[in-house]
Design a protein around this ligand. Structure first.
Ligand SMILES: [Zn+2]
Length: 134
């Protein structure tokens, strides 16, 4: 069984396709470890798995969407969010790799305040519960 998964930012409504995930081989036999078909580089048609291209695309996505609500969801799962929260645009991995993440926009203090406010709002709406203390 296979399905395509994306790393999705629910705040910005954008997704980075991670590739298809499959749990069986070509003969239908279950594999021990969940595998990915890899990330596609559209201009060269290359498929990347566990290489520098994938690392750069993921890092850029995470840097651009720091403090945002991220989910790794199937393409089918995206439909639930499309229906409730608008269109989710697919990002090209190679565009992300080339994207300059400006250091000028980096303001941890402001991000902390924004996060604190968001958590306070969610708690007030009953949408967020604190993690149990360990
Ligand atoms: Zn975002």
């Amino acid at each position: 069984m296979a399905d395509t998964y994306s790393l999705t930012c629910l705040k910005c409504n954008v997704a980075l396709e991670l590739g298809g995930l499959f749990s069986t081989d070509e003969n239908g036999v279950h594999v021990e470890e969940l595998e990915s078909t890899g990330m596609k580089e559209n201009s060269t048609k290359a498929i990347h798995k566990y290489d520098e291209f994938v690392a750069r695309a993921l890092c850029k996505f995470l840097l651009l969407h720091r403090n945002h609500e991220l989910r790794c969801i199937s393409t089918t799962g995206e439909d639930y969010f499309i229906g409730t929260d608008g269109f989710i645009a697919d990002l090209e991995a190679e565009d992300l790799v080339k994207t300059l993440v400006s250091a000028e926009s980096f303001d941890p203090e402001s991000e902390h305040c924004e996060l604190e406010s968001e958590i306070r709002d969610r708690k007030a709406l009953g949408l967020y519960t604190s993690r149990p203390q360990v």
